[in-house]
Design a protein around this ligand. Structure first.
Ligand code: GDP
Ligand code: MN
Length: 373
């Protein structure tokens, strides 16, 4: 689970990591006097994704009126697919240097990995490896003092600032372990003109498998759509995208491959659903009905029957159709266990089953084109 910036900063503060002073607002009327925060403020759209600056999600203001106007502009804006529902209003920092500090899991090394860089504010992936200060930390040993000294010495900072950085690093590592984070990142970690180190941005991903012992995160404002939420409550993995073709597949791998196939033929997934393994036609019906709620113009079904038997899926789809008033053009490919029986059911229900993934993807795209999409 990814925490949105303001929430991540709350956690940072709990661990004593310096963050700018600020307030979260959901409408411009919640802004009273920004001068009480700072003479100059930065307005930051709260969406669970980076790169907001270039997308118009970071603005500055030097008066309450100006700040209110900017907040009104920002609320409701769509930034990289996410609607802005709140804005963080913070003291604008006077930046001398932007640095980077992050901790994540290096699965191939089976260790924690601290990444530092003297150049922050840009996506870390865009920096050449030579500019990264990488240090593995053994989970059982924990972060060692010599490692902290070694890391901070590689930043272009004076002795006092290095001490402040060491303190932030230790706190960030403690936070990362205690909160079961898979990523704790400060980008940029700002060195202000008056020599302070402040976390201007905060990114925190919490391991979903640990949420049972972090109940506090469940109350976090969700970035799921209402339909995604509904699916989640039913235990179905459904994600809404911005295309028009609804995809039902089983297994994460096949689902991703199906979306990629669609792209190859010039189509785009609008909503996808991973049926997972099931042997219950009713569950298939439920999934199919749920997908319909997203109003796809075409549906693509790509199932490989193993644990999930093909005829179970076909039955579920047939039953779902009897509930529907309007039928959406549907391309279907179903292979594996009890395939022949499944195809019979589908043909009886008026479908023309495809044999390959390429064929079903192309068919779905053609169906969409015919609709004038
Ligand atoms: P992101 O692009 O979504 O990761 O948002 P950030 O919070 O990292 O901000 C992007 C950039 O905006 C930073 O790298 C800074 O250059 C700039 N920025 C953010 N906050 C401040 C601030 O308080 N003062 C100044 N001068 N620039 C800021
Ligand atoms: Mn950032």
């Amino acid at each position: 689970m990814d925490l949105i910036e303001y929430k991540a900063k709350e956690v940072f503060r709990k661990y004593g990591i310096p963050t700018p002073k600020g307030v979260l607002v959901k409408s411009h009327s919640e802004l009273t006097r920004v001068e009480d925060i700072a003479p100059k403020v930065v307005l930051k759209a709260q969406v669970p994704i980076g790169g907001r600056g270039k997308a118009g999600g970071i603005k500055f203001a030097s008066s309450t009126d100006e700040a209110k106007a900017r907040v009104s502009e920002m609320l409701g804006m769509i930034i990289r697919g996410f609607k802005v529902g709140s804005v963080l209003v913070e003291e604008a920092l006077d930046i001398s240097k932007e640095l980077y500090l992050g901790i994540t899991i290096d699965r191939s090394a089976k260790d924690h990995l601290i990444i530092g860089a003297a150049e922050g504010g840009v996506e870390i992936e865009s920096l050449p490896d030579g500019k990264l200060i990488k240090t593995h930390v053994r989970a059982l040993a924990g972060l060692q003092s010599y490692q902290v000294r070694d890391i901070v010495s590689k930043y272009p900072l004076n002795a006092e600032q290095q001490k402040a950085l060491a303190d932030i690093l230790r706190k960030l590592f403690t936070l990362y372990v205690k909160e079961d984070a898979t990523l704790a990142e400060i980008n940029p970690l700002v060195l202000t003109k008056d020599g302070r180190l402040v976390a201007a941005d905060a990114k925190l991903s919490i391991d979903d498998d640990s949420l049972y012992r972090h109940k506090e995160y469940e109350r976090v404002e969700s970035d799921l759509t209402p339909l995604e939420m509904k699916a989640k409550q039913k235990g179905i993995a459904l994600i809404q995208l911005d295309g028009r073709i609804g995809v039902i597949a089983n297994g994460a791998g096949l689902t991703m491959a199906t979306l990629d196939s669609l792209e190859i033929y010039g189509g785009k997934g609008g909503v996808f659903l991973d049926l997972g393994g099931t042997d219950d036609p009713e569950r298939v019906t439920e999934a199919f009905m749920l997908l319909q709620e997203a109003n796809p113009s075409v549906i693509l079904i790509n199932i490989f029957g193993g644990i999930t038997k093909c005829d179970t899926v076909a039955e579920g789809i047939r039953n779902a159709l009897s509930n529907l008033k309007k039928r959406v053009p549907t391309a279907v490919r179903i292979r594996g266990l009890n395939e022949e029986r499944a195809k019979e059911i589908l043909r009886d229900a008026g479908f023309v089953p495809c044999d390959t993934m390429a064929e079903v993807a192309r068919t779905a795209v053609e169906m969409e084109r015919k609709l004038g999409g």
